[in-house]
Structures are given as C-alpha cells and as structure tokens.
Design a protein around this ligand. Structure first.
Ligand code: ADP
Ligand code: MG
Length: 261
C-alpha cells in the first residue's frame, strides 16, 4: 500500500438499529502504528463503531477498508485472519480453562479450527498443538502472566484477567487491535500496567490500536490522536492537546459526569 493511504478507513458509515441512528455518515482514518482514542458521552456510538470495524456488526451504509481491502461484508473470523482483533472483556474468558488454554482458544479463533478438533490426537495435530503451546506461553510471558499459565483464569485478579484478554487477542497476531474500555474497574496500579502494556504492544509489535476509554486522563497520555463522537456523529478530531481545548468537545461533555481532563 502507498505510504499516504490510511491503514484503516471508515467511509461514510451509517448504522441504524430500527429507528435509532447509532452512527451517522462517519468518516474516520487511522494510520499504521498509531494509537487512536475514540471518546464521547454514553450512547454516542463508540462501541458500535468498534463492532463495525471488528465485523460483529455490518453497516447500514458505507464501507470499512482495512489495509486496502474492503472488509465491509466480512465476518469477525475473516477479519481476524486479515489481522483485526478485538480484545476480550474478562467476562468472555473461558473460566473453566487455565490461562494457557484461554490463549490457545485465541489461536483457534483465528484459525477457525473447531476447538474440539484439538481433542482428536493424530500425530500431526500433536506436533501442531505443541507448537501452539509454545507460542501461547510466549504470549502469556509477553503480558507478564507466564507464572499463571496453569492457573484457572477465573482465579486471576481483575487486572490480570484483562491482561489475559489482551493475550488472547495477541495470540491471533493482529495488526489492528480494538479495545473497548480496557481500564474499567481497574485500580490505579492495574491502570498503569495496562497502559504500559498497550504502549509495549505498539512499540515492540507495531500494532495499530483503537481504544475507547472514558478515563480520559489516562487515555490522553496514551494516544496519538482522538476522534470524538456525539449522537453518532464525529464532532472533533485531533491531537489530545487540541481535543481538550476544543469547545465543541467541552460542550458535548457538559452536564455529564465525565471530565475531559
Ligand atoms: P457507546 O459505546 O458510545 O456508549 P453504543 O455504540 O453502545 O454507544 O450505542 C449507541 C446507540 O445505539 C445507543 O443509543 C444504544 O442504545 C444503541 N444500540 C447499541 N447497540 C444496539 C443494538 N444491538 N440494538 C439496538 N440499539 C443498540
Ligand atoms: Mg460503549
């Protein structure tokens, strides 16, 4: 792809839920290797946009173009294979499984191999499973959960479950990572380690990130750029510095409990 072309392009996307307009004629671009923050009041359409990028939702109108490929009509598995991954919320972890097994599920999500095929132990799949196990351990080590590999994910502290959700997404070797409120419910220490982890993901793996987060103080210190939604429309975009000084953004947040900075 040419250098000037955006890594991810959202072209005039509209998403209607019945009579409700969740997203209206939205244009958005993300350059490769960047971390983009997506903010706006509750109900602004942020999660819907992330679902339209990840493929869980299809737009009513408009296109999603990823690395030059129009993915608008593709489902989540097909987009995962192209390199788009959504970070699991901890309530989506497989709680009867160990941390390692959860990451293995991540591989399967991309490969679209039926999970139960791993129980059919032919010689070739055993070799493959061993290789995947090694990769899963590496991924766990990357997020700092190596020592918890054989513990049940349900027994991990909240912050570690969130890191495991990230590890599952990383197991698919994504090029674009989608995070919906990754800091929710975390204590100050967990927030700092998740922020550091996201920076490491970008710096060491070069993964592009789109992050929805209403802890704006934390978000503004992490992202390169910010897009602001209100009532499904983009009302501002710019650097964190530009956004905190934008009167339209201030106004959108006025009268809500959320603070811009
Ligand atoms: P945000 O993440 O910014 O809080 P959402 O994208 O979740 O906002 O929601 C945007 C609007 O779309 C809200 O009014 C919400 O109630 C509505 N909405 C979201 N998902 C659905 C759905 N699956 N069916 C119907 N309405 C939905
Ligand atoms: Mg949301």
């Amino acid at each position: 792809m040419g250098d000037s072309m955006a890594f991810l392009e959202i072209r005039r996307i509209t998403k209607l839920f019945g009579g409700l307009t969740a997203v209206w004629e939205l244009d958005m671009e993300v350059m490769e290797g960047r971390i983009l923050g997506l903010i706006g009041p509750n109900g602004a359409g942020k999660s819907t946009v992330l679902n339209l990028i990840g493929g869980a939702l299809k737009p009513s109108k408009g296109e999603v173009v990823f690395d030059g490929v129009t993915v608008t009509k593709l489902g989540t598995h097909q987009r995962a294979r192209l390199g788009i991954a959504r970070v699991f919320q901890e309530n989506l972890l497989f709680n009867g499984f160990t941390a390692l097994e959860n990451v293995l599920v991540g591989f399967h999500l991309k490969a679209e191999i039926n999970l139960f095929s791993s129980f059919i132990k032919t010689r070739s799949t055993r070799a493959e499973e061993e290789m995947l196990r090694e990769k899963a351990l590496e991924t766990l080590a990357f997020v700092g959960l190596e020592s918890h590999a054989d513990g049940l994910s349900a027994n991990l502290p909240h912050g570690s479950q969130r890191l495991l959700g990230l590890a599952i997404a990383l197991a698919t070797e994504p090029r674009l990572l989608l995070l919906d409120e990754p800091l929710t419910g975390m204590n100050a220490e967990e927030v700092q380690s998740m922020l550091a982890m996201i920076r490491t993901v970008r710096e060491q793996k070069g993964i592009t990130c789109i992050i929805i987060e209403h802890n704006l103080k934390a978000l503004m210190g992490l992202v390169d750029g910010v897009t602001v939604l209100n009532f499904g429309k983009k009302i501002a975009e710019g650097t964190p510095g530009e956004i905190v000084e934008n009167p339209a953004v201030m106004e959108a947040y006025l009268g809500t409990e959320e603070d811009v900075a």
